[in-house]
Write a protein that binds this ligand. Structure first.
Ligand SMILES: Cc1ncc(COP(=O)(O)O)c(C=O)c1O
Length: 490
């Protein structure tokens, strides 16, 4: 559908209008939530946020529809979203892409089925493996050792996995990565569909792709069967508000509806749902202009920061390289190691001294999300912040480059088998070659370094300890100091 056609259909926000009208109707409420349209809300919250927001925190009243059996305004809003993003059907999610990823795996894999997926998938995909009992066939994304940068997967790697495991049930990919790095998605979709398999794309960071020609191709445009987007990350929705889109006949919409009920609350927050409707209306009617502006801001920041001695930035690939077909230019990754700083230290300085907060600090770099919410003043502050940061003695940082997942760690048990196996806690010094029972990730980005069922390598332990020592955050470990690890009992 042409953008101009979309606009004429997309100017309304039925869910927002319904909620607004319901919240203004006089009522004597004997339903949950217990604060009864703000009457019982704790005074400090009311004083801070005002009353309006709580009058709209309503349950699934008959006029408002039901998320799990939509027939009224939720159905209308979801249909508008499907039309806007180019899907056959869209489901609104109130538990983030996390719930969409888990539901997509549960909808496509039975226990014992093989799922092809990259080793650097988000932790929600590993949760999907544990819950479904699917057997992962991991493919390694490409890795650029010079920049210590994990790229994306190549069509050749997907083809090799399909050839080696023709009995797989689905292919799951992450596109873009946190840094905005995209695969050759059209080529991969064509390969996967030649094998008559569904392609699931975790597009948590790419809900904006369909709205400007200078952004990478959207998963829906290359006919991905299931696409999951964190609308809250890159468009105007509130935290946790996300969407799952489906098209084609390779996955049953009934099974998606069913599995989404397993992983979401039966009391969905009406404000989150309304924010999805409003975010769709906004991007459908103003997407082109908003994305043009966002791209202009991010290009300005990339260009100016690249001029600062000691800093380097991630630029779009000239001709495409393996695992790096295209870059989402609204993501800005800046390497600070030549300033003698880790990404964590640079983040602390920018945050504490200059109030500039990055999305993803890593050992050598920082990644910034530039979205429709940023202003010209934000970009000026970011460039000035880096100029200030660079105004210091430049002593290159020596951090060992440890790529924790090259080569692929050995999988001794499926994630589900390891998760449910008897376990014991041992010193991490003795954990090498044992089978991990834990899902351990530096957060962000929430990509597991150790996952249940994997044989623990010395590199993985060294990497996690390095991240912790240099100020990064680690989640999922029973011992936050990493002195001990939980492993499968031998
Ligand atoms: C690649 C990827 N997939 C899924 C998720 C989960 O998204 P959400 O926070 O919306 O649950 C994230 C979150 O950071 C992510 O980076």
């Amino acid at each position: 559908m042409k953008f101009s056609d979309r606009v004429s259909l997309q100017t309304t926000a039925p869910l927002v209008e319904c909620l607004q009208s319901l919240s203004q109707q006089p009522q004597t409420p004997f339903y949950a939530p217990g604060h009864k349209r703000g009457q019982g809300i704790p005074p400090n919250l009311k004083q801070w946020l005002g009353k309006t927001v709580f009058t709209a925190d309503l349950p699934e009243l008959p006029e408002f529809d039901n998320l799990f059996a939509p027939q009224g305004v939720i159905a209308a809003a979801q249909n508008l979203a499907a039309e806007c993003f180019g899907a056959a059907q869209t489901w609104f999610l109130v538990n983030g892409s996390t719930s969409g990823v888990v539901a997509a795996i549960l909808a496509t894999c039975n226990p014992g089925d093989k799922l092809i997926l990259p080793r650097n998938s988000h932790q929600s995909a590993i949760a999907g493996l544990v819950l479904s009992g699917a057997v992962p066939i991991f493919i390694n994304p490409e890795y650029d050792p010079h920049r210590d940068l994990t790229l994306n997967v190549t069509p050749a790697a997907v083809q090799a996995a399909l050839n080696a495991h023709p009995d797989s049930k689905a292919v799951f990919l992450v596109n873009p990565t946190y840094q905005g790095i995209c695969s050759d998605l059209a080529a991969i979709a064509s390969l996967v569909h030649q094998h008559h398999l569904p392609l699931i794309i975790d597009e948590a960071h790419g809900a904006h792709f369909g709205f400007h020609e200078n952004l990478p191709p959207a998963a829906l445009s290359v006919k991905a069967d299931i696409t999951i987007q964190s609308t809250h990350k890159v468009l105007g929705a509130m935290s946790q508000a996300a969407m799952l889109h489906q098209q084609g006949d390779r996955v049953s919409p009934q099974r998606i509806s069913q599995t989404l009920q397993f992983v979401q609350s039966t009391s969905p927050n009406a404000l989150l749902l309304a924010s999805l409707d409003a975010a769709r209306q906004q991007i459908a009617t103003q997407g082109q202009a908003l994305m043009a502006q966002t791209l202009q801001y991010s290009d300005r920041a990339r260009h100016q920061i690249a001029q600062i001695p000691g800093l380097s930035v991630l630029n779009p690939p000239d001709t495409g390289q393996p695992g790096f077909f295209a870059l989402d230019r609204t993501r800005l990754t800046v390497w600070v190691d030549k300033l003698g700083l880790t990404g964590f230290e640079a983040d602390e300085i920018l945050n504490e001294q200059l109030n500039i907060v990055a999305e993803l600090p890593l050992l050598r770099s920082l990644t910034f999300m530039i979205t429709l919410g940023n202003t010209a003043a934000d970009i000026t502050a970011l460039c000035q912040g880096f100029a200030t940061l660079a105004h210091r003695p430049q002593i290159p940082l020596t951090v060992d480059a440890v790529s924790p997942s090259t080569p692929l760690p050995q999988l001794a048990l499926t994630p589900r088998q390891a998760y449910f196996a008897p376990t014991e806690t041992i010193s991490s010094q003795k954990a090498r070659d044992r089978i991990s029972a834990e899902l351990i990730c530096p957060y962000p980005p929430g990509i597991p370094i150790l996952m249940p069922g994997e044989v623990i390598t010395a590199d993985a332990i060294a990497y996690l300890q390095q991240v912790l020592a240099l100020g990064g955050q680690i989640t999922g470990c029973s011992d936050p100091t990493l002195t001990t690890l939980r492993v499968v009992k031998s």
